[in-house]
Design a protein around this ligand. Structure first.
Ligand code: NZQ
Ligand code: ZN
Length: 384
């Protein structure tokens, strides 16, 4: 029986001229901090376009939020924002810049050590500065959700926080800003989005017919449009569909009231910590093996996925399930992501270390039924 509360306060401004509308979303007297990554926002003119749209505002720039946003970097942004008495944050970039900006938004008004906000999945967050996001890489869904994933390499952690104070006030989605994405980032974005949908869909049935059909629709759109984006990077309609799919993939809508998995994501964070793999790359390797090892618990949904998404409707159940998993693997590879450790340059995965880190992070059991144990993780890693 479905039973849930759904709320999403983020306003979406979508389309070619979306950036020109930002000024209307920021209070006229705000002292703004515009946060961005290493190079792309400046190099491809997105930053200039944002600054033009905000002409006349009091603006401080903060650059250098890299992939897997690093705690220490964000602490310097927090110090800068306090010094400049910032009262509104604007992230310009992909998931890393938006996540990092969310963390800064919570930490700036917080009097304790910022890392304390990471404990208990962000439960200690009681307020945050208002923030907006200009998205340049569709993948994380961060632009319209209440999550942030922050890394601290020195302490071997990459952790998620979730708190409603982290929702951006607005998200500016201009698909033309994704034309410059290199094929690897386009592929990462499609695979990450695909797996966000799977983590909320491929569990066990609860008669969430609307959630299922929405999830299947998103998966089909990704399968149709993803490869086109590699062939035609400047095709507006293709980029627009991918952008909207990634936002809807993790804004709470398809996951409302249904069981959720997230074991691939959580184990994937440890692989990023240990081997520096890009987030989506961890998923491309883990998901096919994970679906195989966990196919009994996920049987009904795997059969439904195979039939409705891949058109696999005849044959013995085990064969249909295997075929659905192989189609998934092939799709990730079509998007340019290897699906085996060996093809990512990793010869031997240290399963002991992965399991140890998961336990340290309070993730000794995971998955929609809590049955992904250290033993399951070892079995999955051995298959990768
Ligand atoms: O740093 P710059 O120079 O800007 O380059 C970035 C970066 O190197 C580049 N890029 C971004 N937009 C571009 C572009 N290059 C050319 N043209 C553009 N338009 O792309 C590189 C990767 O950017 P990043 O923001 O790291 O990628 P993504 O959006 O995939 O974000 C990954 C992060 O999001 C987290 C991941 O764990 C990872 O840390 N996630 C956040 C989630 C959330 N908040 O809900 C959920 C996700 O599952 C995910 O865990
Ligand atoms: Zn993800």
């Amino acid at each position: 029986m479905l039973n849930f509360t759904f709320q999403n306060p983020t306003k979406v401004i979508f389309g070619r001229d979306a950036i020109s509308k930002i000024a209307g979303e920021v209070p006229r007297d705000a002292r703004l901090m515009v946060a961005f990554g290493a190079q792309s926002a400046r190099k491809y003119g997105v930053l200039d376009e944002v600054l033009r749209a905000l002409a006349g505002f009091d603006i401080t720039e903060f650059s250098g939020i890299g992939p897997n946003p690093e705690y220490e970097t964000l602490c310097s942004g927090i110090a800068l924002a306090r010094e400049k008495k910032i009262d509104f944050l604007l992230a310009v970039g992909g998931g890393s810049v938006i996540d990092g900006t969310k963390f800064m938004a919570a930490a700036i008004p917080f009097s304790g050590e910022p890392y304390l906000l990471m404990e208990n999945k962000g439960a200690a967050i009681r307020r945050a500065m208002p923030l907006g996001a200009v998205l340049t890489l569709p993948a994380s869904g961060s632009e319209m959700n209440n999550r942030a994933i922050i890394s601290r390499r020195a302490a071997n952690w990459k952790r998620a926080i979730m708190n409603d104070f982290l929702f951006p006030r607005f998200a500016v989605l201009d698909p033309t800003k994704t034309f410059t994405l290199p094929p690897a980032e386009t592929g990462n974005g499609v695979v990450d989005t695909f797996v966000h949908v799977l983590e909320q869909y491929l569990t066990y049935p609860v008669d969430g017919k609307v959630q299922d059909r929405l999830a299947e629709g998103l998966l089909l759109a990704l399968i149709e449009e993803g490869p086109k984006a590699l062939r035609e990077p400047e095709n507006y309609d293709v980029r627009a569909n991918l952008m909207w799919a990634s936002t809807l993939g993790l804004n709470g809508l398809i996951g409302a009231g249904v069981p959720q998995d997230w074991a691939a994501h959580r184990a994937g964070y440890e692989l990023t910590v240990l081997y520096g793999l890009a987030h989506a790359q961890t998923l491309a390797v883990l998901v096919p093996a994970m679906l195989k090892v966990r196919s009994t618990g996920k049987k009904q949904k795997l059969l439904q996925y195979g039939e409705r998404v891949w058109g696999i409707s005849s044959g013995a159940e085990t064969l249909r399930i295997d075929a659905a998993i192989e189609r998934t693997r092939t799709f990730f590879e079509t998007m340019g992501l290897p699906t085996r450790f060996a093809d990512c340059g990793i010869k031997n995965v240290d399963a002991d270390r992965v399991v140890e880190l998961l336990a340290e992070h309070g993730l000794a059991t995971m998955g929609e039924s809590g049955d992904v144990t250290p033993g399951t993780i070892r079995e999955i890693l051995a298959l990768c």
